[in-house]
Design a binder for this molecule. Sequence first.
Ligand SMILES: [Zn+2]
Length: 222
Amino acid sequence: MNNLLRFNANTTVKHLRAALVEAGRIAYTRGLLTSNDGNLSVRLGSGDILITPSGLCKGRLAPDDILLINAAGDVLHAAGGLKPTSETPMHIEVYRRRPDARAVIHAHPPYAVALTLAGKNLRADILPEIALTLGDVPTTDFALPCSEENAAAIRALIPDHDALILRQHGVLAVGATLDHALIALERVESCAQVQVLAEMMGQVTPLPAAMLPQLHAMRRGS
Ligand SMILES: [Zn+2]
């Protein structure tokens, strides 16, 4: 069976609904979002957006739960009185700023969020996989969740980053496919977990300084 989360311009809407259900199930099972938190979306070739509903657990969605909205956020199709996620403005902001992005996942992974509660950033100089893949993962200013403030908080950062940490709230990951976005999200949380554990032991050793430019060059493919 094909990996549902990989798709291209020819992928059908039916496939993308199933892919959103599957990505939500994986993120929920991995503990990256819990309860009825988090939200996921994909952009269609038309510019319209499939997006998860408000209020339901993203680990137990059905394909028909997914809403169709346009690029302005107007609901084009919704089953059973469902409403789009209250974080819809943040998703729309990503698609406005990132023509390359076709998938957005917002989750509440505990280690990444805990770092921000402690006033710390995810360090890009301690683990090769961060330097090699995502590079710097900045933390936004605090913004009121479920409001237009989140769209404003990510505006300046999202053009240059595939993953952001939303201060005292969660993580935003984007990609060309749901697979890319989920990989970025998992990477952020895994590295945050290692950083938290190392800081609990009191000693965090950075990578050798000479290695960082090499890793950054490898990431850029230069
Ligand atoms: Zn949230």
